[in-house]
Design a protein around this ligand. Structure first.
Ligand code: AMP
Length: 616
């Protein structure tokens, strides 16, 4: 096994003249970088100055999209059609984001609490993967324009704490944008690579990566040994960043110089907010700031500003302490401190971080670009341009199992370092199901029928339970020799079964290259098919539970209500037999909206009955 690098156009496994770019797909901003004369460089837009692309997407009334600065201009004028912070939704279920729904200006929907969120734009439903693909597509376009050639391969960064689902979602977004994602790299690892920390001798080094952006804070403690990075601990606050510094300044002015300003005037409020951010930025290099707002002279000194934000910066230091405690390491054992994110430009931030770790900081690269620069370094290594760095063995094609509707569920993504082990829990879809067929596939397509079947076995002896109750754990273990062991077990009963397969047996490098090419060529179609099958699966579960609901709660539902539920179920069933996923989604939403209050009523009634039952 090795790293399969293919020329997408010719299908040949050839490495000449290919560029692999590094991409930082951020919550607020994204950017793309590449290696030029042995140094990583961030790519600018047409103005030749700005490297940051705001991670914002705007839809017009015909669902045409623009991404970046153009989209940002629509945030205030057209908030419901302007999508931001998509990264916060990657790989998330509605349950994960339910309490944050009010935070987004646009509509996040889901009916089934376990499935992944969708974003509603007018009458269409988009997944975070599709929206992230739009951002990646914009970066790809930008890189192609600047480099004058096609860009089809990339290394993309994600936060160290991203789970498998979030990483897979990021890979899928790349594929959809026409990019072969050679590797997903942790953001703190990329930042360390940008500072060349991996190349410093062979001794074990411990690195703290302090990342303070506009809206989030992350601290990661990494260990590097023989060129391999390991995350020891992460900590942070997903709602703390430079925006809070701006907010502290606004509050201060409103309590002092601007005490009697007219807050009902939107333009004034907006200009105060902008002045606050300007003040913050200017105080990075000067000691004082002065401006005019609503005819009044206002000012702020660096020491004023420091006292306004000291508590917030203190909170980030508390996170650092927690991360060190989790990693079981003292602050004095950290060899390197790497600064990432626009807000690490603030002098007080640097001062307090330096004081806490008692060491000089790595802060001479642009903190907004450092992650993308490191991704470009990693990309260059993968492209085989850094001869002195050894590539570790990876699995060339994804490995997974077939799930409902013939979908491929990937457990080990392609290009994972081996040995590699991954597991996930599944359940049954039919009441009383005793056996579960586990079919193992290899490949990059969304439908297993387009992938390569490696083998299958049946897990027998699942004790009869209602659908959804059994907990079936499926584990893939790929060892250093490329042998895959697949183990399945039902956790409640302890029943277990396993097989061993050699995925590379009987497949040539050319076959693998062809499978990759086809997966990228068909990405758009595959995604649509997957979305349709997933919507159908979700709808079928909802239809079953609506039927159950009627039969169990006949006594508290009126005839009109039963009639109406049946009508909406009928409409949903009809949608399920069609090809329009948006119609399935909107019919589900309609049924769900109608039944939610009825379900609450049924619950209150049943609780009441249960309480009475205990009294008698
Ligand atoms: P990021 O999310 O990493 O792009 O960080 C953006 C944050 O960095 C925003 O809150 C900006 O206001 C802040 N920022 C950008 N430039 C400066 C600067 N010169 N001084 C202080 N904060 C800055």
């Amino acid at each position: 096994m090795g790293l399969v690098s293919i020329n997408i156009k010719t299908g040949s496994v050839d490495k000449s003249d290919e560029v692999v770019v590094g991409i930082d797909l951020g919550t607020t901003n994204s950017l793309v970088a590449f290696m030029e004369n042995g140094r990583p460089k961030a790519i600018t837009g047409e103005d030749g100055k700005h490297t940051l692309v705001p991670s914002i997407i705007h839809f017009d009334e015909h669902y045409g999209i623009v991404v970046g600065d153009q989209a940002r201009k629509k945030l205030v004028a057209d908030p419901t059609n302007t999508i931001y912070s998509v990264k916060r939704l990657m790989g998330k279920s509605y349950n994960d984001v339910a309490d944050r729904n009010g935070f987004f200006g646009y509509k996040i929907i889901d009916d089934d609490t376990e499935s992944l969120v969708k974003i509603r734009v007018q009458d269409r439903y988009y997944t975070p993967v599709e929206l992230s693909a739009a951002i990646l597509g914009e970066l790809k376009k930008r890189a192609e324009k600047a480099l004058g050639k096609k860009v089809e391969k990339a290394v993309v960064t994600v936060p160290a704490y991203f789970n498998d689902a979030q990483r897979q979602a990021t890979r899928d977004a790349g594929k959809l944008a026409g990019l072969d994602v050679l590797r997903i790299v942790n953001e703190p690892t990329a930042a360390s690579l940008a500072y060349g920390i991996d190349a410093e001798g062979y001794d074990k080094q411990v690195i703290a990566v302090y990342d303070l952006g506009g809206g989030t804070f992350d601290i990661s403690i990494l260990q590097i040994e023989d060129g391999i990075f390991e995350v020891l601990a992460t900590n942070g606050n997903t709602f703390l960043g430079g925006d809070d510094f701006d907010h502290a300044i606004v509050e201060h002015w409103l309590a002092t110089e601007l005490r009697d300003v007219d807050m009902a005037d939107a333009a004034t409020v907006q200009s105060i907010r902008i002045a606050a951010e300007n003040a913050k930025k200017q105080l990075t290099t000067s000691e004082t700031f002065e401006t005019d707002i609503a005819g009044r002279k206002i000012q702020l000194t660096r020491s004023n500003f420091n006292s306004l934000i000291a508590r917030l910066v203190g909170q980030t230091i508390d996170c650092c302490k927690n991360a060190l405690a989790d990693a079981k390491i003292g602050a004095d054992q950290i060899d390197h401190i790497v600064m990432v994110g626009g807000s690490t430009r603030v002098p007080l931030v640097k001062e307090l971080v330096r004081q806490f770790f008692g060491k000089d900081l790595h802060d001479n690269l642009d903190p907004d670009e450092v992650v993308a620069l490191g991704a470009a370094v990693q990309a260059d290594i993968l492209a085989g341009n850094q001869k002195d760095i050894l590539l570790i063995d990876v699995t060339p094609l994804s490995l997974g199992i077939e799930t409902v509707g013939g979908l491929m569920d990937v457990l080990i993504p392609r290009n994972s370092k081996i040995p590699f082990s991954a597991g996930r829990q599944y359940t049954t879809s039919v009441d009383g199901q005793k056996n579960l067929k586990i079919a193992v596939f290899q490949g990059e397509r969304d439908l297993v029928e387009h992938n390569r079947k490696l083998g299958e076995f049946v897990l027998k002896g699942i004790p009869p339970m209602p659908a959804g109750l059994p907990k079936i754990d499926i584990r893939f273990m790929l060892n250093a020799d490329g042998i895959l062991k697949v183990k399945a077990g039902e956790l409640r009963s302890g029943t277990e079964q396993e097989i061993e397969i050699k995925p590379s047996y009987g497949i040539s490098e050319d076959d693998m290259a062809l499978m990759l090419i086809q997966s990228i060529q068909n990405a758009q179609n595959d995604l649509q098919t997957r979305a349709l099958i997933e919507a159908r699966n979700e709808a079928n579960i909802i239809i079953l539970s609506a039927d159950k609901f009627i039969s169990q709660n006949g006594e508290i539902l009126s005839n009109e209500e039963i009639e109406q539920i049946r009508k909406l179920v009928g409409k949903l069933s009809e949608a399920v037999s069609g090809q329009d996923k948006d119609l399935i989604n909107s019919s589900m939403e309609e049924l769900n909206t109608y039944t939610t209050p009825l379900a609450h009523r049924a619950m209150d009634f049943n609780i009441g009955k249960a309480i009475k039952g205990t009294v008698v």
